[in-house]
Design a protein around this ligand. Structure first.
Ligand SMILES: *Cc1c(COP(=O)(O)O)cnc(C)c1O
Length: 772
């Protein structure tokens, strides 16, 4: 029963939940009853579902992971809470206007949100600014500005286990007396108008994926969620301990036995100095005691090695907004560096590298370093990524504390990403191996028994074709485009980012186009290539990549020689609900990041589970997917991490590839010469210049291998039976990528608890026994 009464707090600035209605029905086994009931009322369940707005409180993989984890934690019966911000505006809606991305505000709460319940009785104050007084009675943070944090609770039902957990999202509310203290003539109206300033904290999600933007409002958001959440955690700890409110002082030294705080990236890193502040300044613990409690309670998940994504906050911002926390961080750093100096006398460069404070024109706090020092566990999100952080980004830290570093390969919830979005496939699987695989995804390996079974091959191919027809109809209705449902659906959906290399996909499209034009009568494998994803509004290159994709589509799709052998579609406004529609209809999944750049990926797993084959590099979780399904069942190509590292040393010369490979040269010359932008020949000059002269992600170095690999994909697609057998090997190898497995490992190896799926049954028996 170890850990039965441990509470897990998953702190995240993002929860990319999508819709809730169908997920609730699936997890509560109400889907058939609701279908029947709505039918009798003359309503159609699917139409009703389509009215629901996505809760788009996330950017991409990191936010969706938090949402999958909530489902798995509830389904495994863990006493877990998700804590985040109730953004009034989630990730923007993407419109494509004349081929360009245009952002529109996501007013998702306009018609209300039936899944949430405001809990004003649990409102908490959060302090900002002010100054620090060191008095004989202790440290005081005074003259602060207060913003109230109002919690909204959303239920998180487990899969058919009678557990319902809570996601608690905080909304900012100005106090009644906000700006009214120095009230003067004419000041009242202004003071009421200024309430907006405080309430702006929870106004909008920052739309950057894998990119750090050092804005004060963002730092306010990060501290806001942390400060409100920690008050909740401490209150709940104290009240659960004594079951009453009369106890004035409760010792927090057993906190780490009862509470685990998981930090989803460094975004909630302020939990570390904030918990220190509570323990030191309000609980009056010694530094040593407080530090022991903090480090045993907190754990940190790293999500990226890209330097532009790492949070480094300028000290001036901190000094102004959170002066007491800055003092605490300095003291954490002083003690940390003292320890390192003792271990490595005279190694000043190491102290500089490992410091929480980065020197330079502008001093900055390195939040990842703060998280490592303040946590008992640090994990990467796929094996290769966890190895990379130990060898590069956090090498020095790994050397002094190797026991802290772990791997937790990401996963996805099979409820949303199979049962809900692909009921046909879920049913075909259940007919062969029963339904238990939905809780225990490893059982998918039992499908291997049927890999040569013609009836299974037929059923799987049939479901895929049905999904493709359904998606084609959806595209025609909502996007007014007609596609050939018998073509291969070749799909790359994810945030638009140079490291994800949508440009490599573009070069393949142009190459195919040129080949078809050259030999129109050859037996080409028809493809519909679909690319979707949002670009951060301030990311110029990413927005230009979208423009390039739409421009290529405009030329290719209207070329009569090409016909329906090749179509290029940009899928507008990719989000969770669109993922649920496109992924079950995909044949080929594009996972083609430069080796060493994609920490894990989770889109890759969704496609694999839904019967698409993967073309991908040995990056992120692709490596483990190949291991689980057999490398011969994926289309793996290109440089490995070691090759990329070697090339970084020897130098990457894009011009050499350009001059040597005629098809690459032709494609680049077309982009550069205005073939795809007849009205503005130099439209793509920034992309061309980048690819030729300063491409950090080495697109050309993988071009040849990618094209050859795509040729193999096309050849196999001509043999539907062999293709579908390979699909079955992939589905059978998916077990590892359930977020239930991921969460079980977090529970055992980081939180120190045994997941107990029968927790409720146990509690119920316990309750009965004691009652009677
Ligand atoms: C799963 C998911 C992602 C993450 O995709 P990657 O290919 O792993 O980057 C991003 N956005 C949405 C809407 C998703 O569902």
């Amino acid at each position: 029963l170890n850990g039965l009464f441990l509470r897990v707090y998953y702190l995240s600035l993002e929860f990319y939940m999508g819709r809730t209605l169908q997920n609730t029905m699936v997890n509560l086994a109400l889907e058939n009853a609701c279908d029947e009931a709505t039918y009798q009322l003359g309503l159609d369940m699917e139409e009703l579902q389509d009215i629901e707005e996505d809760a788009g409180l996330g950017n991409g993989g990191l936010g969706r992971l938090a949402a999958c984890f909530l489902d798995s934690m509830a389904s495994l019966g863990l006493a877990a809470y998700g804590y985040g911000i109730r953004y009034e505006f989630g990730i923007f809606n993407q419109k494509i206007v004349n081929g360009w991305q245009v952002e529109e505000a996501d007013d998702w709460l306009r018609y209300g949100n039936p899944w949430e319940k405001a809990r004003p009785e649990y409102m908490r104050p959060v302090h900002f600014y002010g100054r620090v007084e060191h008095t004989p009675e202790g440290v005081k943070w005074v003259d602060t500005q207060v913003v109230l944090a109002l919690p909204y609770d959303t239920p998180v039902p487990g899969y058919r286990n009678n557990v319902v957990n809570t996601m608690r999202l905080w909304s900012a509310k100005a106090p009644c007396d906000f700006n009214l203290k120095d009230f003067n003539v004419g000041g009242y109206i202004q003071a009421v108008l200024d309430r907006n300033l405080a309430e702006n904290i929870s106004r909008v999600l920052y739309p950057n994926d894998n990119f750090f933007e050092g804005k004060e409002l963002r730092l306010k958001q990060e501290y806001f969620v942390v400060a409100a959440t920690l008050q909740d955690i401490v209150r709940r700890f104290k009240s659960s301990k004594f079951g009453s409110t009369e106890v004035v002082r409760v010792d927090l030294s057993t906190l780490p036995d009862k509470v685990a705080i998981q930090l989803n990236d460094t975004h909630p890193a302020m939990a570390i100095p904030e918990l220190m502040r509570i323990l030191l300044d309000t609980e009056h613990q010694t530094w040593e005691k407080a530090w022991d409690i903090v480090t045993r309670t907190c754990a940190y998940t790293n999500h990226t090695v890209l330097p532009e994504a790492l949070e480094r906050w300028p000290i001036d911002l901190f000094q102004n907004l959170l002066p007491r926390h800055l003092e605490i961080i300095f003291e954490i750093n002083r003690r940390h560096l003292e320890r390192i100096a003792n271990l490595y006398p005279g190694d000043h460069d190491r102290l500089r590298r490992m410091s929480l404070v980065e020197e330079g024109d502008q001093k900055k706090i390195n939040m990842a370093h703060l998280c490592i020092v303040g946590s008992h566990a640090v994990n990467g999100v796929a094996r290769i990524h966890s190895d990379i952080i130990k060898a590069t980004l956090f090498k020095d830290f790994y050397e002094v504390d190797p026991h802290k570093f772990q791997n937790k390969t990401n996963g996805i919830t099979p409820r949303r990403w199979l049962v809900m979005c692909n009921p046909g496939l879920a049913e075909v699987i259940a007919e062969r191996i029963g339904e238990d695989y939905i809780r225990d995804l490893d059982q998918l390996k039992n499908l291997l028994e049927f890999v040569d079974d013609d009836s299974l091959i037929r059923d799987i191919a049939k479901i895929k074709q049905e999904n493709k027809l359904k998606f084609s109809a959806y595209l025609e209705e909502h996007y007014k485009v007609k596609i050939n449902p018998n073509s291969m659906f070749d799909v790359q959906v994810k945030r638009i980012h140079e490291y994800k290399r949508q440009l490599l996909n573009c070069l393949h499209i142009i190459t195919l186009y040129n080949r078809i034009k050259k030999e129109p009568n050859k037996n080409w494998t028809p493809r519909t290539i679909m690319i979707g994803g949002k670009a951060a509004p301030g990311y110029h290159t990413a927005k230009l990549i979208i423009r390039l994709i739409t421009a290529i589509g405009d030329i290719v799709n209207h070329d009569e020689v090409v016909g329906d052998r090749l179509k290029v579609i940009f899928l507008e406004n990719y989000k969770v609900t669109l993922a649920e529609k496109i992924i079950p209809a995909s044949d080929l999944s594009e996972q083609i990041s430069t080796a060493g750049t994609e920490a894990s990926g989770t889109g890759n797993m969704k496609f694999m589970l839904n019967g698409a084959l993967t073309i991908g590099t040995m990056d992120g979780a692709n490596v483990e997917m190949a291991e689980e399904a057999g490398e011969e069942n994926l289309f793996i190509f290109g440089m490995r991490v070691d090759d990329v590292d070697a090339m970084d040393k020897s130098g990457y010369d894009a011009m050499e590839y350009y001059n040597r490979i005629p098809e690459l040269k032709q494609a680049m010359d077309q982009i550069a010469g205005g073939y795809f932008s007849p009205d503005q020949h130099d439209l793509f000059k920034d992309i061309v210049n980048m690819l030729l002269h300063h491409d950090r992600f080495k697109v050309f170095a993988d071009y040849e291998a990618y094209i050859k690999c795509q040729d193999k994909v096309s050849a196999l697609y001509k043999n539907p039976k062999e293709w579908t057998k390979m699909v079955i090997h992939n589905i059978a190898g998916c077990g590892k990528f359930s977020s239930d497995r991921t969460i079980s490992q977090y529970a055992r190896e980081i939180w120190g608890m045994e997941p107990t799926p029968n927790f409720c049954i146990y509690l119920w028996l316990f309750h009965k026994k004691n009652k009677c």
